[in-house]
Structure formats: C-alpha cells, structure tokens
Design a protein around this ligand. Structure first.
Ligand SMILES: [Mn+2]
Length: 328
C-alpha cells in the first residue's frame, strides 16, 4: 500500500485528503509527532516497516537527510509551500522553491489545486484558513473570495471557522490515531459534518480545561515566568502565548516534557529574539521563531547542552540564572 506523510495541522490533513481523492486509491497515512519537523529514528523505522512502493509528502518541510531517506526507500514525491531547498533527484512540487511569493501559495492545498487543476472546495479553503486565516484582514482578496465561496455553498462563516478549529485541534490530544480517524471521516462525509461529531468536537472543551489548570502552575522567578509541563496534550505554545498576554514585560517560558524530547518555548515583549533564534540554529538545535518567540525541540540527551548554551549566550548577561530555573 502507498503512503502519504503529512503535516498534523488543518492544511496537512486537507492536502492528504485532496491528494487521496485525486489518486483514487486507498492510502496509509503517517504524521510525525506534533512539534517535530523531522523524522525520529523510531518514525523512520515505522515508515520502513510499512514497505510502501510510493510515498507522498505533503505540507511539510523535512530536513534534507529525511528527504533523502524517503527518496531511497520508495518512489517519492513532495507537494509543499514552505521555503527550503531543492534536492537533486527528489521530485518536489513547490512553487516557492522556484521563486514564487509565499502570499501566492498560502497553503499546500493551493499548490495541489493548481497542480491538479481543481475547482475551489471547502478543503482547499480550510488549508488556507488554517495556515493563513489569522493574518487576513476584512478587505483582503483571499477573505473576500472565501466569503463568496461560503455564500454560494450556503455555509456559515462561523461554522467554517469552527470546522477548521476542530480539525486543527486533533493533534493536540497527543493521540495520532485521532488524526487518522479524522481523515477517514472526511474522506467519506461532508467536512462540515464534523461539527456534530462528538469524538472530534469534544476535544475543544477538554483542551480549554487543561490549559486553564496548567496556566495556574506558572512560577515566578524575577523577570522569568516559568512552567514545566508534562502532559500528553499539545498545549505548550498556547500556554506560552496565554502567559505572555498576561506578562508581556517578562520572559515567559514553557518547558514541555515528552517521551524522548523537550519542547522549549519562550515569548517576551522585552526585546527582539531574532539574534537568539539565529544563534540557536547555528549551534545545531532544531529551533525557530519570530522576533517575540523562540521554540526549540531537542532530544532529552541534548537538554544540558541547550541549557548551558542559552545561559551563556543570553541569560547570563541579563543577570538571570536560567540553569537553576530550568533544572529546578
Ligand atoms: Mn501548510
């Protein structure tokens, strides 16, 4: 059986479904552990053991060695809209790599729609809304077009948004099976029907409850608000953002512990983190972010190295003993 590897979010799910419908065959699906923009050695082993003849990768920019691994394993093809690099011998359909602007391809569903010459549908729009919706202003062409599509198809805007929120929240349970169940459901039902499917929609209130409880557990260390978190729910970035909205004048840090990895998130309005993000990457850590946020995922073995790194290049000169806080 052939395999589609996809991002765990709305755009990744919608892209996997669009591709499945175009190919008119049954696929297996695989999504990496949420938060990991790479394949762990365990995940590589699982993919190998599936013995796929063909592998599609949609809506994920994996590291070069992962792409080469997949390319050596099977006939391999990528559809994506993230920035990255072309690799010789790997079939990648990604207009961004040929110089297109990211605004022209706000989702992977946009790339697929163009490639297969498709009409707009709710899955196409859900990919755009999931990845890009929060950036759209009332007058933006994309939002105007989306609303006219919804109008024509008699779908309420609020129902559409709720559909995307529900689909986009399934990975947050930490249970990948939920995502595959959702794909299964969407392949044979009108997407908007998930609004009345308790197994998918009840996750929203559960997540709100988890976040409410965890938010109370932040500890104050001078300029630092710190939470260490060990929960199967994927709420680390949400919690960091929630705390930041209370205390933008502090370094708001969440350290999430999972089986083999730590997720480190920091948000602050005190200063621009761009330089720290650059240093994080150039020191070999899987990190990223924007000027007010830094996110890093690391194997547990690398935790001490990371703590020493961020202490040395950032916190020490600000008079903060981050080693003591992170290892408390
Ligand atoms: Mn995407």
């Amino acid at each position: 059986m052939n395999l589609i590897i996809h991002h765990w979010d709305m755009d990744g799910i919608a892209s996997a479904i669009i591709l499945t419908k175009q190919k008119e065959e049954r696929f297996k699906y695989f999504t990496p552990t949420a938060g990991n923009y790479f394949l762990s050695s365990e995940e590589r082993a699982i993919i190998s053991s599936m013995n796929p003849d063909k592998i599609y990768l949609v809506d994920m920019s994996l590291p070069k060695d992962d792409l080469i691994f997949l390319n050596n394993l099977a006939d391999f093809e990528v559809f994506d809209h993230h920035s990255g690099h072309s690799i010789e011998g790997v079939k990648i359909h990604n207009p961004i790599l040929e110089g297109a602007k990211s605004i022209e391809y706000p989702s992977c569903t946009t790339v697929l729609k163009e490639y297969f010459k498709l009409e707009e549908d709710i899955l196409y729009w859900s990919g755009i809304w999931g990845d890009f919706g929060f950036k759209l202003k009332e007058t933006d062409y994309l939002l105007v077009s989306l609303k006219s599509f919804l109008n024509k198809n008699k779908i309420e805007f609020k129902d559409f948004k709720l559909f995307v929120t529900i689909a986009d929240s399934q990975y947050k349970t930490g249970d990948k099976e939920k995502i595959y169940e959702l794909i299964d459901f969407l392949l044979s039902n009108p997407p908007i029907n998930i609004l009345s499917e308790k197994i998918f929609s009840s996750i929203l209130s559960k997540l709100e409850e988890v976040k409410k409880q965890e938010l109370k557990r932040f500890k104050t260390f001078g300029k630092v608000e710190f939470l260490k978190l060990k929960t199967p729910y994927y709420v680390i970035s949400d919690l960091c953002r929630l705390k930041f909205s209370e205390t933008p004048d502090k370094y708001n840090i969440v350290l999430g512990e999972r089986k083999d990895f730590y997720n480190f998130y920091m948000r602050t309005g005190i200063e621009d983190l761009s330089e720290l993000i650059k240093q994080t990457k150039s020191n070999g850590f899987f990190g990223g972010g924007k000027k007010d946020v830094l996110g890093v995922v690391m194997p547990k073995d690398d935790f001490d190295k990371f703590v020493n790194f961020i202490s040395g290049v950032f916190f020490k000169q600000r008079g903060i003993n981050i080693i003591k806080i992170l290892k408390e």
